[in-house]
Structure formats: structure tokens, C-alpha cells
Design a protein around this ligand. Structure first.
Ligand code: SF4
Length: 272
């Protein structure tokens, strides 16, 4: 397997180096820029992130600005992106950086992992892109590409599968780890598409891809469905007086913590 995977390294690096870098966070390798963009891109589409990223950087151009920003302002900058704990963790980590790392993002994967809200993927992205450390950054795009190249039928939703892919990639990291990681991600975003037919005819690693050769691209990656989501029914009160409307602050913890909502109660025993 190592041999099969090793063959994709050079074509992916070359392909990525030729791609146009038009996204605002791809204009340099500044670790703060990579960090904020990667956090925004979690669970959010690239197109949607562009305007948020640009505005965020205009308002908070440095880690120091982020560390001292008022929470209300931070949440306003994040409004619409969802998963607000990401924004709060950014600020927490910025304070940590100020206090423990002299205001500069730490330069190694292991130290980056100690910061609030930075997991293996983000630490791998920052360390490889900004500091050239030979570590992988495995997100859903990378899992899909690697699973298809190897025609692996392991469930990509399992942490164990991610761990195995990370280990395999670690063994083949080239001298351009950032370009390789970004190339794998971009290939997954633009060519090796999810939920539809991948654009194999445009793929720079087609000749090494087992799923392509064996006509398995619609079966891989394997995703075993999760349990049903929990649904809560609520009665929401719209209380208006002249031009004013009642809202309240949510709890300090949990989903949408500290944000505002219309008063509401959970409905139980609904009869239809
Ligand atoms: S050949 Fe097709 S399935 Fe294989 S990596 Fe390329 S785009 Fe994905």
C-alpha cells in the first residue's frame, strides 16, 4: 500500500503548484491566516467563507487583536457561519498564545495541538503549510481521495480509518508537505468530488487510482450512516410592544451558547 500511495505524491505536488491561488487565505503562508481560514472552513463552504474571512482579517488583523476582542464583537463577525464555539476557541487560543508563546503561534505540530480548538487536522495544516513540517492534514476530502486511490472499503466515518490514513500519509510526506497536503485537499474539493461522479478524466493521479481502474468510484468512500438526529419541538413566543421585540440570551454552554433567541419552551407529548 505504501508503494501505491507514494506514487501519487509527485503528481499531486506538481498539480497543486500549477493551480491558481485566488482565495484570500492562499495569498501567503502566514500561520495566523492559515489558522483562521482552516477553522472557518470547518463545516462551511469555501464560497461562504470568503467574505467572512476578509472582514475578520480587516477587523482583527493580528493574534493580539483577536486576544482582546470583546466577545459580542467576535460573535457578530462570526454571525451566519454557525458553530460559534469555533470563534470562542479562536479567542481562547489567542489568549493562550499571548500568555504562553510570546504572542506568536507555536511552530510545531505537537505544540499547536495544545491550543484551544486546534485538532489534528488544523495543527497538520498550519505546521505543514506555514512551517514545512512533514505531517499530514487529514480532512474529509483527503480521506475520500486516499480511500479511492487504494480502493479501501473501510468506513471513513470511523476514527480508526482516519488514524490509519494519517499513518500511511505520514510515511510518504515529501519535502513540500504543505503543497502535498493542500494538493490532496484541493483535489478532493475540485476533482475527486463527493456525492457525485468524480472528474477522473481531469485527475492528475488517475493512472494510480485503483477505484478508477476497477470502476468502484461510486462505491467508495464507504460511509455507514449515523443514527437519526435528535429533534426538539419548541413553541416560540414573539412578544412585541410597539417597535420593540423581546429576545433573551441563551445559556453559557451548549449549542449557540451566549447568543440571542426568541423566548421559547420545549413542547412535550405532541399529539397529531
Ligand atoms: S481517478 Fe477519479 S476517483 Fe481516483 S483519485 Fe482521481 S478523481 Fe478520485
Amino acid at each position: 500500500m505504501k508503494k501505491e500511495l507514494k506514487q501519487i505524491v509527485e503528481p499531486i505536488v506538481k498539480w497543486y503548484q500549477k493551480q491558481e491561488k485566488t482565495l484570500p487565505w492562499k495569498q501567503d503562508k502566514e500561520p495566523y491566516h492559515i489558522w483562521v481560514s482552516e477553522i472557518m472552513l470547518q463545516q462551511t463552504r469555501i464560497e461562504a467563507v470568503k467574505k467572512y474571512y476578509t472582514r475578520f482579517m480587516k477587523e482583527l488583523p493580528t493574534i493580539q487583536d483577536l486576544a482582546i476582542v470583546q466577545e459580542e464583537k467576535l460573535l457578530k463577525l462570526w454571525e451566519g457561519l454557525g458553530y460559534y464555539s469555533r470563534a470562542k476557541n479562536l479567542k481562547k487560543a489567542a489568549i493562550q498564545i499571548e500568555q504562553e508563546y510570546d504572542g506568536k503561534l507555536p511552530t510545531s505540530y505537537t505544540q499547536l495541538l495544545k491550543l484551544s480548538g486546534i485538532g489534528e487536522y488544523t495543527a497538520g495544516a498550519i505546521a505543514s503549510i506555514s512551517y514545512n513540517e512533514k505531517v499530514p492534514a487529514v480532512d474529509g476530502n483527503v480521506l475520500r481521495v486516499v480511500s479511492r486511490v487504494l480502493a479501501s472499503k473501510e468506513d471513513v466515518l470511523l476514527p480508526e480509518t482516519k488514524r490509519k490514513v494519517t499513518k500511511k500519509l505520514l510515511e510518504i510526506m515529501p519535502d513540500e508537505p504543505g503543497d502535498f497536503n493542500e494538493g490532496l485537499m484541493e483535489l478532493g474539493e475540485k476533482i475527486c468530488l463527493p456525492n457525485t461522479v468524480p472528474l477522473c478524466e481531469k485527475c492528475p493521479i488517475q493512472e494510480f487510482c485503483i477505484a478508477y481502474k476497477e470502476n468502484l468510484t461510486n462505491e467508495i468512500p464507504v460511509r455507514i450512516k449515523k443514527q437519526k438526529r435528535k429533534v426538539e419541538n419548541k413553541t416560540v413566543f414573539i412578544l412585541k410592544y410597539k417597535n420593540e421585540i423581546a429576545i433573551r440570551k441563551r445559556e453559557k454552554t451548549g449549542i449557540l451558547a451566549n447568543l440571542y433567541e426568541f423566548p421559547n419552551v420545549i413542547r412535550r407529548n405532541i399529539r397529531r
